[in-house]
Design a protein around this ligand. Structure first.
Ligand code: PLP
Length: 383
């Protein structure tokens, strides 16, 4: 009778996207209302819009310790990843033919690599262990004279694993190989410093850090090759033509201004995650945690519920107002077990018994208590 009184709305899928913050919303609305000029126009309105873009570029650059000249705005991180993989292939192929990657990358990398293979590129995947970590020794054995790029994400979107990207870059540099690092899930959760990482390219997406959808960024080190990836006008130094989404770019800048605060806050998120796992183990002691304890995103946990179908569990949680996912949002429509879970050694059955929970800055202890209660009721009823 009082189900609807009791029902809360709990969002535990912050790796899929995040709720746009108030400060971002404010700037986006302001730009839409007052600064709708074309940034390429030579008169005052255009100049004002262009200044907004340049301010945002500086804000994005500051949040990752880059120079503003090294930042290109794109439509999303998928585009940024495509841009690097395809333009570098254009640049090096057929003199050099090989890209080395990992089997736990986001579909925006995996499917682009699959496409490039049809064009003659050789792709090799460095195996990962049961927590998704690559081995630098194995990576080293894969590099040869044909290799032009190592493509390795910093933080995994499904299990939260954080790779030792500094070691990857040091190895790549010693072999004269470039590095592309997908940092989409890391920005705003753990420190990202592209100079310290030593990567040549890094990719970002505003909507993962409380910014708007429809805008991403590509960091390309000044000395690293990059070719135009959308041909047309002179925008983005001629690399990515097309009139800029000024309001989204402004929103991205403001979101990046908040990165330090978000990282400081993520300690609280980590404690919430630990609390959640502890309480879950009380009501279902046989759960398996697929995420590593150390070197993991503070907000992310992948959990296998033995003998419980995760689709059914997700539907039940959804019915009770709780949003979680079984993996990457970009693969959620596919009825295939997650390639990440398979790569870390889960069977098909285990992969279909797995949920990804990703907390955010708005997650509260009450949300956790409610979620545990709902799962507990479900387990009791299904017994
Ligand atoms: N890379 C990772 C690790 C992601 O998690 C995502 C989005 O889920 C992307 C890339 C793609 O980002 P976008 O939605 O901006 O295309």
């Amino acid at each position: 009778m009082n189900r609807f009184l009791y029902k809360r709305q709990v969002y535990l899928d912050n790796n899929a996207t995040t709720r746009v913050s108030k400060s971002v919303r404010r700037v986006v609305m302001r730009v839409l209302k007052y600064n709708w000029g074309n940034p390429s126009s030579g008169y005052f309105m255009g100049k004002r819009a262009a200044r907004i873009i340049e301010r945002a570029r500086q804000q994005v650059a500051d949040s990752i310790n880059a120079h503003s000249h090294e930042i290109y705005f794109t439509g999303c991180a998928t585009e940024s990843n495509n841009a690097v993989l395809k333009t570098l292939t254009n640049h090096f192929y057929p003199q050099k033919k090989k890209i080395i990657s990992t089997p736990v990358e986001h579909p925006s990398i995996m499917n682009t690599l699959e496409y490039l293979q049809t064009q003659g590129v050789v792709v090799q995947y460095c195996p990962v262990d049961n927590y998704g970590f690559i081995s630098i020794k194995e990576l080293e054995t894969l590099i040869d004279e044909e290799t032009f790029l190592i493509c390795c994400m910093f933080a995994n979107n499904e299990i939260g694993t954080i790779q030792n990207i500094k070691e990857v870059s040091a190895l790549a540099k010693s072999q004269n190989v470039l590095v592309l690092c997908d940092c989409v899930q890391a920005l705003g959760k753990v420190p990202v410093d592209v100079k310290e990482f030593g990567v040549d390219y890094a990719t970002f997406s505003a909507h993962k850090l409380y910014g708007p959808k429809g805008v991403g960024a590509l960091y390309a080190k000044i000395s690293s090759p990059l070719e135009p990836f959308i041909h047309g006008g002179h925008q983005e130094e001629g690399m990515r033509a097309g009139t800029e989404s000024v309001h989204n770019i402004a929103g991205f800048g403001v979101a990046c201004k908040d990165v330090k605060n978000l990282i400081a806050y993520s300690e609280k998120t980590r404690l919430l995650k630990e609390q959640f796992i502890k309480q879950l183990k009380v009501i279902k002691p046989d759960i398996i945690i697929n995420s590593p304890t150390d070197n993991c995103l503070p907000n992310t946990v992948s959990i296998t519920f033995p003998n419980i179908n995760s689709k059914e569990l997700m539907m039940m949680l959804d019915y009770n107002g709780i949003a979680v996912s079984s993996g990457s949002a970009c693969s959620s429509q596919l009825n295939k077990p997650s390639h990440v879970l398979k790569a870390i050694g889960l069977s098909d059955k285990e992969a279909t018994e797995t949920l990804r929970i990703s907390f955010g800055k708005e997650t509260s202890e009450r949300d956790i208590r409610y979620t545990i209660k709902v799962i507990d009721n479900y387990l009791k009823n299904s017994r």
